[in-house]
Design a protein around this ligand. Structure first.
Ligand code: TYD
Length: 138
Protein backbone atom coordinates (compact mmCIF):
# COMPACT_ATOMS: atom_id res chain seq x y z
CA UNK A 1 0.00 0.00 0.00
CA UNK A 2 1.50 3.24 -1.17
CA UNK A 3 -0.53 5.92 0.62
CA UNK A 4 0.07 4.89 4.24
CA UNK A 5 1.89 7.16 6.68
CA UNK A 6 3.62 6.67 10.00
CA UNK A 7 0.44 8.03 11.61
CA UNK A 8 -1.29 4.78 10.60
CA UNK A 9 1.20 2.91 12.84
CA UNK A 10 0.64 2.89 16.59
CA UNK A 11 1.46 1.30 19.88
CA UNK A 12 -1.15 -1.25 20.92
CA UNK A 13 -1.47 -1.61 24.67
CA UNK A 14 -1.88 -5.38 24.99
CA UNK A 15 -3.82 -7.01 27.77
CA UNK A 16 -1.75 -7.91 30.79
CA UNK A 17 -3.11 -10.57 33.11
CA UNK A 18 -1.23 -9.86 36.28
CA UNK A 19 -0.53 -12.81 38.54
CA UNK A 20 1.89 -13.31 41.42
CA UNK A 21 2.88 -16.53 39.61
CA UNK A 22 3.91 -14.47 36.58
CA UNK A 23 2.18 -12.19 34.10
CA UNK A 24 0.46 -13.30 30.90
CA UNK A 25 -0.35 -11.40 27.70
CA UNK A 26 -2.72 -13.03 25.21
CA UNK A 27 -2.99 -11.85 21.60
CA UNK A 28 -5.87 -12.90 19.38
CA UNK A 29 -6.00 -12.15 15.65
CA UNK A 30 -8.79 -9.73 14.77
CA UNK A 31 -9.35 -8.97 18.47
CA UNK A 32 -6.13 -7.56 19.92
CA UNK A 33 -4.56 -6.91 16.51
CA UNK A 34 -6.49 -5.62 13.46
CA UNK A 35 -5.52 -8.57 11.24
CA UNK A 36 -5.60 -12.35 11.19
CA UNK A 37 -2.27 -13.81 12.26
CA UNK A 38 -0.79 -16.11 9.60
CA UNK A 39 2.83 -16.17 10.72
CA UNK A 40 4.95 -15.67 13.80
CA UNK A 41 8.70 -15.25 13.89
CA UNK A 42 11.14 -14.11 16.50
CA UNK A 43 14.56 -12.56 16.41
CA UNK A 44 17.05 -13.39 19.15
CA UNK A 45 20.80 -13.66 19.85
CA UNK A 46 21.30 -10.32 18.10
CA UNK A 47 24.96 -9.31 18.53
CA UNK A 48 25.58 -5.91 20.16
CA UNK A 49 25.63 -3.03 17.68
CA UNK A 50 23.86 -5.04 14.97
CA UNK A 51 20.98 -3.57 12.98
CA UNK A 52 18.10 -5.33 11.22
CA UNK A 53 15.15 -4.39 9.08
CA UNK A 54 16.06 -1.76 6.47
CA UNK A 55 13.12 -2.69 4.25
CA UNK A 56 9.42 -2.04 3.69
CA UNK A 57 6.55 -4.38 2.89
CA UNK A 58 3.93 -3.79 0.22
CA UNK A 59 1.00 -5.64 1.80
CA UNK A 60 2.13 -7.06 5.14
CA UNK A 61 0.78 -5.91 8.50
CA UNK A 62 2.95 -6.68 11.51
CA UNK A 63 2.81 -6.34 15.26
CA UNK A 64 6.28 -6.10 16.78
CA UNK A 65 6.79 -6.84 20.47
CA UNK A 66 9.85 -6.76 22.70
CA UNK A 67 9.10 -10.14 24.31
CA UNK A 68 12.32 -9.66 26.28
CA UNK A 69 14.80 -6.80 26.59
CA UNK A 70 14.58 -3.76 24.38
CA UNK A 71 15.36 -2.37 20.94
CA UNK A 72 14.50 0.67 18.86
CA UNK A 73 12.47 0.90 15.66
CA UNK A 74 12.48 3.89 13.34
CA UNK A 75 9.50 4.10 11.00
CA UNK A 76 9.68 6.12 7.80
CA UNK A 77 6.90 6.80 5.27
CA UNK A 78 9.19 8.63 2.84
CA UNK A 79 8.15 12.02 4.25
CA UNK A 80 8.30 11.68 8.03
CA UNK A 81 10.16 9.46 10.50
CA UNK A 82 9.26 8.37 14.03
CA UNK A 83 11.30 6.30 16.48
CA UNK A 84 10.09 3.98 19.19
CA UNK A 85 11.98 2.24 21.94
CA UNK A 86 10.18 -0.99 22.75
CA UNK A 87 10.97 -2.26 26.21
CA UNK A 88 7.81 -3.85 27.65
CA UNK A 89 6.33 -7.25 26.78
CA UNK A 90 2.80 -5.80 26.78
CA UNK A 91 3.32 -3.11 24.15
CA UNK A 92 3.04 -3.97 20.47
CA UNK A 93 3.97 -1.67 17.61
CA UNK A 94 1.53 -2.02 14.72
CA UNK A 95 3.32 -1.46 11.41
CA UNK A 96 1.04 -1.10 8.39
CA UNK A 97 2.15 -1.85 4.81
CA UNK A 98 4.25 0.72 2.94
CA UNK A 99 6.46 1.79 5.85
CA UNK A 100 10.25 1.57 5.88
CA UNK A 101 11.66 0.32 9.19
CA UNK A 102 15.14 0.27 10.74
CA UNK A 103 15.81 -1.71 13.90
CA UNK A 104 18.75 -1.31 16.26
CA UNK A 105 19.93 -0.73 19.83
CA UNK A 106 19.16 -4.34 20.77
CA UNK A 107 19.80 -4.97 24.45
CA UNK A 108 21.58 -8.13 25.45
CA UNK A 109 19.08 -11.00 25.47
CA UNK A 110 16.49 -9.03 23.48
CA UNK A 111 13.78 -11.10 21.80
CA UNK A 112 11.75 -9.45 19.05
CA UNK A 113 8.45 -11.22 18.51
CA UNK A 114 6.63 -10.48 15.27
CA UNK A 115 3.05 -11.41 14.42
CA UNK A 116 2.41 -11.08 10.71
CA UNK A 117 -0.71 -10.98 8.54
CA UNK A 118 0.73 -13.09 5.68
CA UNK A 119 2.99 -16.04 5.07
CA UNK A 120 6.58 -15.25 4.10
CA UNK A 121 6.80 -13.78 0.61
CA UNK A 122 10.13 -12.43 -0.65
CA UNK A 123 8.25 -10.48 -3.36
CA UNK A 124 6.46 -8.43 -0.70
CA UNK A 125 9.75 -6.78 0.34
CA UNK A 126 11.17 -3.47 -0.87
CA UNK A 127 14.83 -3.62 0.15
CA UNK A 128 16.25 -0.59 -1.64
CA UNK A 129 15.53 2.79 -0.05
CA UNK A 130 15.37 4.65 -3.38
CA UNK A 131 12.95 2.04 -4.73
CA UNK A 132 10.86 2.67 -1.60
CA UNK A 133 10.81 6.44 -2.18
CA UNK A 134 9.78 5.89 -5.79
CA UNK A 135 7.10 3.42 -4.70
CA UNK A 136 5.64 6.01 -2.29
CA UNK A 137 5.69 8.78 -4.94
CA UNK A 138 3.71 6.79 -7.49
P1 TYD B 1 14.69 -10.47 6.85
O1 TYD B 1 13.22 -10.22 6.85
O2 TYD B 1 15.50 -9.86 5.76
O3 TYD B 1 15.30 -10.02 8.25
P2 TYD B 1 15.42 -8.56 8.90
O4 TYD B 1 14.67 -7.61 8.04
O5 TYD B 1 14.83 -8.70 10.25
O6 TYD B 1 16.85 -8.21 9.00
O7 TYD B 1 14.89 -12.04 6.88
C1 TYD B 1 16.17 -12.61 7.02
C2 TYD B 1 16.17 -13.97 6.32
O8 TYD B 1 15.22 -14.86 6.88
C3 TYD B 1 15.86 -13.88 4.84
O9 TYD B 1 16.75 -14.74 4.14
C4 TYD B 1 14.47 -14.42 4.70
C5 TYD B 1 14.32 -15.34 5.89
N1 TYD B 1 12.95 -15.33 6.44
C6 TYD B 1 12.13 -16.43 6.24
O10 TYD B 1 12.50 -17.42 5.60
N2 TYD B 1 10.86 -16.42 6.78
C7 TYD B 1 10.40 -15.35 7.48
O11 TYD B 1 9.23 -15.38 7.96
C8 TYD B 1 11.26 -14.22 7.66
C9 TYD B 1 10.80 -13.01 8.44
C10 TYD B 1 12.52 -14.26 7.14
Amino acid sequence: MRDTTINDCRIIDLRKIHDVRGNLTPIEGGVDVPFDIKRIYYLYDVPGGESRGAHAHKELYQLIIAANGSFSITLDDGTEKRSYNLNRSYYGLLIVPGIWRDLGDFSSGAVLLCLASEHYDADDYIRDYNDFLNYKKR
